[in-house]
Design a protein around this ligand. Structure first.
Ligand code: FES
Ligand code: FES
Length: 180
């Protein structure tokens, strides 16, 4: 059967067996081996990728189920520079062997996409499907907090540097919390 999807911004078309798991399509057909296989029983989270923005265990999904979807793997996360989460995991020593790291980071990307300032508990809940046998999780949680703070600062810098819109009379518009 033929399946089409977008992976890391690139259109992909593959002829596959209906039983092919998404994780095997990513690793074996597309060479995206940053998506790890730990248990292959949807327990460890090492195979986590984003499917239409949701963190998904790719060993628990058929490749055919991703038909038409937009996927992000760890290889597609960095742009010109590393993603803030990639930097913070390094700076905060949030990894040792690194086996869980791609899945941890992608689960965290999904969290920060809808919660820019998560609490310790919210971070732990977001990554509770991702097992780490090395770190004890403390530095991982810290890394997510650090990346979240950096991303909030980047956002406020971006809006702070935007020129206020000009009115028809030539005056710039200033808004207040009251909307005035
Ligand atoms: S390899 Fe998918 S959850 Fe462990
Ligand atoms: S760093 Fe080794 S499993 Fe998490």
């Amino acid at each position: 059967m033929r399946v089409r999807m977008t992976v890391n911004g690139r259109g992909v078309t593959e002829d596959i067996e209906p039983r092919l798991l998404l994780v095997h399509l990513l690793r074996d057909r597309l060479g995206l081996t940053g998506t790890h296989i730990g248990c292959e029983t949807s327990y460890c989270g090492a195979c986590t990728v984003l499917v239409d923005g949701l963190a998904v265990k790719s060993c628990a999904m058929l490749a055919l189920q991703a038909e038409g979807a937009d996927l992000l793997t760890i290889e597609g996360l960095a742009t010109d520079e590393l993603h803030p989460l990639q930097k913070s995991f390094s700076v905060c020593h949030a990894l040792q062997c690194g086996f869980c790291t791609p899945g941890m980071i992608l689960s965290s990307v999904a969290l920060l996409a809808h919660n820019a300032d998560p609490t310790d508990g919210e971070i732990r809940r977001a990554i509770d499907g991702n097992l780490c046998r090395c770190t004890g999780y403390h530095n991982i949680v810290r890394a997510v907090e650090v990346a979240a703070a950096e991303m909030r600062a980047e956002t406020s810098q971006l809006f702070g540097s935007m020129t206020p819109p000009i009115t028809a009379g030539g005056d710039s518009v200033t808004t207040t919390a009251e909307g005035g």
